[in-house]
Design a protein around this ligand. Sequence first.
Ligand code: NDP
Length: 610
Amino acid sequence: MPATRFQNGDTVMGRWPGSNLYYEVKVLSYDNKNRLYTVIYKDGTELELKESDITSMAIFKQGATRSRSRSRSRSPGRPRRSRSRSPARTSRRSSSRTTDVQVQRDKLKEVLEVRLTPMPMKHENNSNSKNEKKEENNTDNTASTIIEKTETESENQAGGRYNLRRRKDQGDGKAVEMEKKEETEALSQTKTPAAIKTTDLEFGGRVGVFLLMFLLPLAVLALLILSGQKDASLQSFPLELPTLQSLWDTQVFGIVLLWLLFQAFLSLLPVGKLVEGMPLKNGKTLKYRINGFYALLLTAVVVGVAVYQGVDLSYIHAHFLQFCTSALLIVTLLSVYLFVRSRWASEDELAPGGNSGYIIYDFFMGRELNPRIKNFDIKFFCEMRPGLMGWVLINFAMLLAEMKLQNLENPSPAMLLVNIFQLLWVVDGFWHEEKLLTMMDIVYDGFGFMLTFGDLAFVPFTFTCQAYYLVSHPNELSVFWIVTLITMNGVGYYIFRKANSQKFAFRKNPSDPAVSHLKTISTATGNSLIVSGLWGFVRHPNYLGDIIMGLAWSLPCGFNHLIPYFYLIYLIALLVHRNARDERQCRKKYGSAWEEYCKAVPYRIFPWIY
Ligand code: NDP
């Protein structure tokens, strides 16, 4: 090798391409012609790096020493965290909990790696090196070291620096030395993160969210008015507007409140397992009671008994608009409550996306990440229970209303299909309720108007639009159509479920026999990407499955109007946007490995189309 800064066999820190992350790598060779070093990462990935993407370990160690001495000197002034919460203590867990620990560790790793939050660049001039200052994030107990590097070049490239939270090993049964433990605690105390100021405003910023807050409820009301009209054509604008008085009924409001209280009561029942959510940025985890499936069964029993006792559920159809306005009022009141209480939330309880300092924006996005009243998690409850359960109940009410209004002895095949297909989706959601804990809504988004509106108004009143439409717009289905739709929904469900389960199983344990046969691309973060099977067909097969199901839910309504296709159109828009958001994060996380995956699997959601 000619005179180069690094020699074959040197252990150095190499930047993961496309990111600001540095990992320990070994230099394998130097290509004089291209002036590239071939390096190998700890997970076996070999890459060619430019000299400017490599730096010596010594500089990082200096940074680490400085960082540690600062940590220690600052820590005594801070309140000591209870030892039981210390991440190091978990290493004493018994080996019988290894699987839990592994899952926990995987979850933690995912959270730390997914959430690279761009922060405004801050220059510090007290660096030993002229234009570099590096801080060790944490080197203890980690498979590889992640380091933040702040330098002019990376500033130019990324336009910001990434605030990486400490990677913590949840333990593998090995005892940890006392000194290490203290050090880890000191580090974690020093690094208790201050709230990140939201600078990247979504949805058109303050003006955008202000408009959305009015437009979204109006759009839902318009959809309901249109679906209920005899002529549900989009061309029938302007709508026959109901009087303001007819939008309100105190009894209906009372029923909605009762429904919420009933579901809250069910969610608090001490049945079902208690599981830990994803680690928060302060290192703690919250516990969640997973009993949605039981709550669904109990709700079905109560509703069944009520109908048997003569309760007329078609009342919901007759007062549908009033139910919707009641839900909208509750959304508004709850959002105000959430915003007000967030003023007392500590810095590390705030969501990264809802802390801009602009009242309207933060009100919409949600300031607090996990608002709780004692053990009652308001966000987790609203995300699943009243809305999803309400969706099924409303569909059932529409089925009864159809029979009543159209004098049918049995519900129409179209109505039955819509009810059964959507019930299957909801049952599946409750069966896999625990997985919600890893989703963006729970892990990242604050709980404010946006989610409250989505959970309590949008889901129950727009996802039911096919059933609502069918009550006044019957559609005959031939046997051929029925079979086709059942097959379509079955195929969609199979793809959706298989893709989600495969990814979940793979992330939990890549050597699981159910997924170990899949081909993968390794990445420097330790996570691999599946590149065969469904995940080798398109990059988001789970979205594809969801969309196929969405189509099967709309087609029973026929082709006379576009309105029953609202859900499908909304779902495609949502998932295309979500796909773009996710791919941006994956590109940051996995750098060139993600590019490789995109080359191997060129289509995002729709094969040969998109
Ligand atoms: P996904 O389940 O699609 O997860 C995306 C993550 O999966 C990526 O960030 C990456 O995270 C990992 N990943 C991506 N590609 C691969 C690969 N090839 N191999 C292994 N891991 C990979 O996220 P969502 O939460 O968006 O969706 C979950 C489900 O919820 C979907 O089925 C979706 O359709 C549904 N959904 C439905 C909605 C509705 O209104 N009907 C709304 C929103 C979602 P990492 O590598 O860090 O693990």
